[in-house]
Design a protein around this ligand. Structure first.
Ligand code: F3S
Length: 63
């Protein structure tokens, strides 16, 4: 599964890296950065949950 992050949409809500810290991390402003852009299995499930949880819809996942 591929993960796409729209950095311009991210407002730093932080749900992504709380839910999936192996996939997302934060920068010095608390905004999201990708740790992994292509994941499978458990990490894909977590990445999907993080995408659903982002209030700004900044994360997109593609099979
Ligand atoms: Fe940003 Fe959404 Fe994560 S606003 S910090 S991508 S929960």
């Amino acid at each position: 599964m591929k993960i796409l992050l729209d950095e311009s949409a991210c407002q730093g809500h932080g749900r992504c890296y709380e839910i999936a810290p192996e996939v997302f991390t934060d920068d010095d402003r608390g905004h999201c950065r990708l740790v992994a852009a292509d994941v499978s299995g458990r990490l894909a499930d977590l990445a999907s949950a993080a995408a659903r949880a982002c209030p700004e819809d900044a994360i997109t996942v593609e099979d």
